[in-house]
Ligand binder design. Structure first.
Ligand code: PLP
Length: 412
């Protein structure tokens, strides 16, 4: 970092400002997590300099002996951590991992059945603005209106009616456990592949805090930077029979040279995630999320689906009034929280009647605050701070947020 300060103080200043922002505010974005100094060291290493198209032992460049070791380590650790037959650790992101899975299993025009986006699905599950909705025929299954849980009956009806080649489960904003066995059964019934997009829950799976999709899915995609707490990136786990198809879909179909510094950083993160400390961490993430959800419910925010089993919760804030007869949109809540130093995001709730840019909900996650060392008592405080900030972001709240985070300093 000293070299950066000397050579480019402007960029160094931005990095320092961002460090200060992360330290001084409360991070409740469900998909973020401050990674370890060891992961950051691998990311900032000379492995970034190396071209290594191909796979270990089968590269299109010379001089790959060292990066081969890094990639083999990452692959072996990923397989061991998740109990998978095969792992590809090259995807640059969760979205690139999903692109490769589509490429490996489908032809353009094939039908894909995935969770409807307004109910918690991801862009890569069939959004019209994304490759998935442009090149494939996407059908969305809903959550039920009464309990906001996945409507397995409707999903089965849609699978029977449309005979998709691929069924996807796993979501961006679904707080509950997913019944992977039920998805497997329906996929088998209609002869579809099953992809579990475990981008969000990968760390919880690794730590044993939620059930693993690996025994049920043909393919599992993960993001390495969310609950897994590694570098920004993706990875694919699959059965041995699909290994070649997946590898060819990542390279040369979807990507060129892998980011070997990121691959090494993934190896570090997989190693960290295999420790008892990480298992305890992932259990605490869920316990914290339950405590935070309960605290927000007490403040009048309705937990979508009645609660959470994971690291995230979705809150319907239509019951909050900031003045007589005046409610608050998700966007306004997000902005009010940011003014108080609380970083979270607005989110549509199932069957939302508000425009997506406004939305009627907020999404919170506890992966980052748990990394900082916060536990249930702090979650009660955080719930109160969020609710007060949404109602009226007076300066005193920002002071309380600053005091709270100062007791759990990031990066020492
Ligand atoms: N899949 C799901 C379910 C996600 O929530 C996300 C990101 O939020 C992704 C895939 C994409 O991950 P990335 O942002 O790394 O491309």
């Amino acid at each position: 970092f000293a070299a950066l300060v000397r050579t480019d103080p402007q960029v160094a200043g931005i990095v320092l400002d961002e460090l200060e922002r992360q330290r001084a505010s409360l991070q409740l974005i469900a998909s973020e997590n401050p990674t370890s100094p060891a992961v950051l060291a691998a990311l900032g290493s000379v492995l970034s300099n190396k071209y290594a198209e191909g796979y270990p032992g089968r590269r299109y460049y010379g001089g790959c002996a060292e990066v081969d070791r890094a990639e083999r380590l990452a692959v072996d650790r990923a397989k061991e951590l998740f109990g998978a037959e095969h792992a590809n650790v090259q995807p640059h992101s969760g979205a690139s991992a999903n692109l490769a899975v589509y490429a490996a299993l489908l032809h353009p025009g094939d039908r894909v059945l995935a969770m409807a986006l307004p109910h918690g699905g991801h862009l890569t599950h069939g959004s019209p603005g994304n490759f998935s909705g442009t090149w494939f025929q996407a059908i969305g299954y809903p959550v039920r209106e009464d309990n906001e849980l996945i409507d397995y009956d409707r999903m089965r009806e849609l699978a029977r009616a449309h005979r998709p080649r691929l069924i996807i489960c796993g979501a961006t904003a679904y707080p509950r456990l997913i019944d992977f066995a039920a998805f497997r059964q329906i996929a088998d019934e209609v002869g579809a592949y099953l992809l579990v997009d475990a981008a969000h829950i990968a760390g919880l799976v690794a730590g044993g805090a939620v059930p693993s999709p690996v025994p049920y899915a043909d393919v599992v995609t993960i993001a390495t930077h969310k609950t897994l707490r590694g570098p920004r990136g993706g990875a694919i786990l699959c059965r041995a029979a699909l290994a070649d198809a997946i590898d060819r879909a990542v390279f040369p179909f979807a990507q060129g040279g892998p980011l070997m510094h990121a691959v090494a950083a993934k190896a570090v993160a997989f190693g960290e995630a295999a420790t008892p400390e990480f298992a305890a961490y992932s259990q605490q993430v869920v316990a914290n999320c339950r405590a935070l959800t309960a605290a927000l419910a007490e403040e009048g925010m309705r937990p979508v689906s009645g609660g959470t089993d994971t690291h995230l919760a979705l809150l319907d804030i239509r019951g909050i009034h900031i003045a007589a007869g005046r409610g608050v949109s998700g966007r306004e809540a997000e902005q009010r929280c940011e003014r108080a130093g609380i970083i979270l995001n607005r989110n549509a709730i199932p069957y939302d009647t508000a425009k997506p840019m406004l939305s009627s909900g907020i999404r919170v996650g506890t992966a980052a605050v748990t990394t900082q060392g916060m536990r249930e008592p702090e979650m009660k405080v955080v719930g109160n701070l969020v609710a007060r900030a949404v109602r009226n972001p007076e300066p005193a709240i920002a002071d309380e947020v600053a005091e709270l985070v100062s007791r759990f300093p990031l990066y020492g």
